[in-house]
Design a protein around this ligand. Structure first.
Ligand code: GDP
Length: 342
């Protein structure tokens, strides 16, 4: 229903789905999920007037709500992400916590349909009043996804969610992006068949704060335990990071299906985040992330200003001259940058 529902945005300036930004802001602060969904649709829009409204809205919500725990969750398709999120989310809701799930799926544009947008996923969780699930928008570039996801996180925080789970499929680039906006990064793995480590890229391993080996049940239990101890060993070999207390990053086994080990996983997440809060790493990381995204947004803006309007013509013209050998690439680049400044 919320998916790609740009049509809910009224075309009048300043009005979103019949509401102005002040009303929307008030409703989000009151925890209204429909208002939250509308606001996310607004931040997903690339239209200039929507961008201006989105910025005004985010500004008005800047100090609202509370600091949610932002948890990045990654794993290849089939590892059990939706099963885990459903069981884990229901457990948290059962403890009186409010849980938001945001899916990031940069591949959806290519595959034409988003696996993460599948409405049947997490059906039980989606029926809970204290849960909010948002499939990934079907769009293209990673830069755009990053901004939208960050803004959606901010909106969920303003709406008073305690935990924001940011789910991504294991395709590399999106993990890096999600880890740059999360307080904690969880990697979900399946039990390995043999006794060798799975082809998990080192970079992704290094990002993980907690590795959860899922499907530790039935016939797969022994393999899951073995995989878990392999990863524990591999994690001990990684360079110690200052933001980790003793024993982290760590690997644990869970069964999302049988809801086993979920409490321990949650305790580990809390222990880690609490330690980082007490030792100054939590705020420092958020500050560094904000600084990083500021830089990224400026770069993104510069890139798009090269590809639009007056600059696009100038760029095309210079590119042709470079192709024809009439100008060197660096002379043409200097000219383009001069035109951008002017
Ligand atoms: P996703 O693609 O990562 O979201 O994976 P799904 O949650 O859709 O799960 C893929 C398959 O693995 C489904 O058939 C699930 O029933 C199964 N699965 C998920 N979690 C577990 C688990 O803890 N144990 C077992 N045995 N199967 C599981």
């Amino acid at each position: 229903m919320e998916h790609g529902a740009l049509w809910t945005i009224k075309r009048q300036k300043g009005h979103i789905g019949g509401m102005n930004t002040d009303e929307l802001s008030q409703k989000i602060k009151a925890g209204d999920r429909r208002a939250l969904a509308r606001a996310i649709t607004l931040v997903e829009s690339g239209r200039e007037d929507h961008r201006a409204q989105a910025r005004a809205l985010l500004e008005s919500l800047k100090d609202a709500g509370k600091q949610a725990m932002r948890v990045g969750l990654s794993g290849t398709p089939g590892v059990g992400k939706s099963t885990f999120i459903e069981s884990f989310g229901l457990m948290l809701v059962g403890q009186g916590l409010k849980v938001a799930v945001l899916a990031v799926d940069p591949s959806s544009a290519r595959s034409g349909g988003s696996i993460l947008g599948d409405k049947t996923r997490m059906e039980r969780l989606s029926r809970e009043k204290d849960a909010f699930i948002r499939p990934s928008p079907s769009q293209s570039q990673l830069g755009g996804v990053a901004r939208r996801t960050r803004e959606a996180i901010a909106l969920c925080e303003a709406a008073g969610f305690d935990i924001v789970l940011i789910e991504t499929v294991g395709v590399g680039q999106s993990e890096t992006m999600v880890s740059e906006m999360a307080d904690l990064f969880v990697l979900l793995l399946a039990p390995a068949g043999g006794d060798e480590l799975q082809g998990v890229k080192r970079g992704i391993m290094e990002m993980a704060d907690i590795i959860l080996v899922n499907k530790a049940d039935g016939d797969l239990k022994a393999a899951a335990m073995r995989t878990c101890s392999d990863y524990s060993g591999a994690l001990r070999l990684l360079r110690k990071r200052p933001q980790d207390p003793e024993g982290y990053p760590r690997a644990m086994s869970v069964s999302a299906l049988e809801e086993d080990g979920l409490k321990d996983a949650w305790e580990a997440m809390q222990e880690l985040v609490n330690w980082r809060r007490e030792n100054g790493f939590f705020d420092a990381t958020r500050a560094a992330q904000a600084r990083f995204w500021f830089g990224e947004d400026v770069k993104q803006g510069l890139l798009s200003s090269l590809a639009t309007g007056r600059m696009r013509k100038i760029m095309d013209g210079l590119a042709s001259e470079v192709e024809a050998g009439d100008k060197t690439p660096s002379a043409a680049a200097a000219e383009a940058l001069g035109a951008l400044r002017g």
